[in-house]
Ligand binder design. Structure first.
Ligand SMILES: Nc1ncnc2c1ncn2[C@@H]1O[C@H](COP(=O)(O)OP(=O)(O)OP(=O)(O)O)[C@@H](O)[C@H]1O
Length: 311
């Protein structure tokens, strides 16, 4: 492809973006009526009241009558088989799916009565595959220049204590950030963060959340290329650096959430169990069954008993 073709592609892509309908198109008066106090959310209490949600208006219900409360500072693990609705529940909190009935509130404010941008900048999503932009670590952590250098450096320092192993022990010349550590604010980031491993991308995403001081953090646990050790470090940072945040984590590995305050088990778009891991084990229900099917039952139950203290 010659240079002209590349440039024309860019032009075409910009046109495509410009033609995308805005997700929210409101009159000035309507937008004003959706303003919430600058301090919102102050405590991060998330409540789902009989929420039924679907992707398309005329599509099937993917969440069915979901109700639960995440108290401020609680860490809640979402588990369930593939297709049970875990990601959809997370996405509904950011209004990426249609809420057909019921209500979701954060600190008592109905999330459909807030400007979309305000909602999405207040709830931090740490996706499985975080997006990084070409530039450096600094511009990725704080794209809008809202944090001080000290804040950025301390968030990065907290997160880079997480050891993210390399895919190989050899220096990786094609992906220097995968081997050259520790990460610094001026470490270059290639387009799509291609010079970072998936684990490192999640770590940076965590640091980004820390800079935003979000009260509600939604974490979609990375399934690929993040080993157990990295996972545990991520969890430790979440516990230590976000002590007052409400954390809702979609867990693909049960061991990730064994020390969480509460576990919600989902099946077919519904919450079928909601309790502390210890109580769910005592109950010998679905969660207990899931633990037994891992082949690591004793080890996992032991993790509940040796739960690290948050104080
Ligand atoms: N964009 C979409 N449009 C329509 N239906 C979707 C969409 N995404 C997911 N679904 C459907 O919603 C249901 C719940 O899917 P969801 O991804 O929330 O499950 P999950 O528990 O997160 O699964 P996994 O563990 O595989 O990520 C499934 O039936 C799925 O096919």
């Amino acid at each position: 492809m010659n240079e002209l073709e590349v440039e024309l592609n860019c032009f075409q892509r910009v046109r495509e973006y410009a033609d995308i309908e805005p997700e929210e198109h409101l009159s000035e008066d309507h937008a004003k009526s959706l303003v919430v106090p600058a301090s919102w959310p102050t405590s991060g209490r998330v409540e789902f009241h009989n929420v039924t949600a679907r992707y398309q208006e005329d599509g099937p219900d993917v969440l069915r009558n979901v109700s639960f409360v995440a108290n401020p500072g609680e860490r809640i693990g979402l588990v369930g088989r593939t297709g049970s609705g875990k990601s959809t529940l997370g996405l509904s909190l950011l209004r990426f799916v249609n809420i057909a009935s019921g209500q979701i509130t954060i600190d008592g404010v109905d999330i459909t009565k807030i400007l979309l941008n305000r909602l999405r900048t207040s709830v931090t999503l740490i996706p499985q595959e975080p997006v990084l932009f070409s530039g450096d670590v600094h511009s990725n952590l704080d794209p809008f220049g809202e944090s001080s250098e000290t804040e950025l450096a301390s968030a990065l320092a907290a997160c880079t204590s997480i050891h993210v192993p390399d895919s190989s022990d050899q220096a990786d010349h094609a992906h220097p950030a995968k081997t050259a550590r520790p990460l610094a604010l001026d470490t270059p980031v290639a387009a799509n963060g291609e010079n970072f491993s998936q684990g490192q991308r999640q770590v940076l995403s965590l640091a980004r959340a820390m800079c935003r001081r979000s009260k509600v953090v939604l974490l979609d646990e990375a399934t690929a290329s993040v080993d157990h050790e990295t996972d545990m470090h991520m969890q430790r940072v979440l516990r230590e650096m976000f002590p007052d945040c409400t954390i809702i984590a979609i867990a693909h590995r049960l061991r990730t959430i064994m020390d969480y305050d509460r576990v919600l088990v989902m099946a077919d778009g519904e919450i079928i169990e909601n309790d502390t891991p210890a109580n769910l084990v005592k109950k010998e229900g679905i969660f207990w069954d899931m633990l037994r099917n891992t082949g690591e039952y004793d080890e996992l139950v032991q993790m509940i008993e040796t739960k690290p203290s948050t104080s």
